[in-house]
Write a protein that binds this ligand. Structure first.
Ligand SMILES: [Mg+2]
Length: 141
């Protein structure tokens, strides 16, 4: 490919990339942000799109205070009253990448979105070095 043609091709690809809407990020608080606050502080600050915090908490003021304590920047804090509501929130808000520690919150998220399972003592047995799933969330392979 000729150099000019190559540059034009790269330019067109870059234009296409910049025209795409910035992906939205979603993060859980408990068992997630509190497991790796520095990672999520950095990730939320550099993320190019909107940042949603989706939490199964009822105390908004405490959630806001905790997020401020860890230095988490976000656009919107959404509290749900059931774990199963998170998948609907993720779809409704167009969240592209979502971090949570509970498979129950991730299993109904559609396949077009990326989900990241954060490891902690509630979902991983560090003595046995094995993931822990229930019959509803795991399948033995
Ligand atoms: Mg959690």
């Amino acid at each position: 490919m000729e150099k000019r043609s190559r540059i034009a091709s790269v330019g067109a690809a870059l234009e296409e990339f910049l025209a795409m809407p910035a992906p939205s990020l979603g993060i859980d608080i408990d068992g997630c942000v509190d497991e790796a606050p520095i990672f999520f502080k950095i990730l939320a600050r550099v993320w190019p799109g909107k940042v949603f915090v989706v939490s199964f908490r009822s105390d908004r003021a405490k959630a806001e205070s905790d997020l401020q304590h860890w230095g988490i920047c976000y656009d919107e804090l959404i509290l749900v009253s059931k774990l199963s509501e998170k998948a609907a929130v993720i779809e409704r808000e167009g969240i592209s990448v979502y971090f949570d520690d509970q498979p129950e919150c991730l299993q109904d998220v559609d396949s077009m979105r990326n989900v990241m399972l954060v490891r902690n003592g509630g979902n991983f047995d560090f003595d046995d070095r094995k993931w822990m799933f229930s019959d509803q969330t795991g399948k033995r392979v």
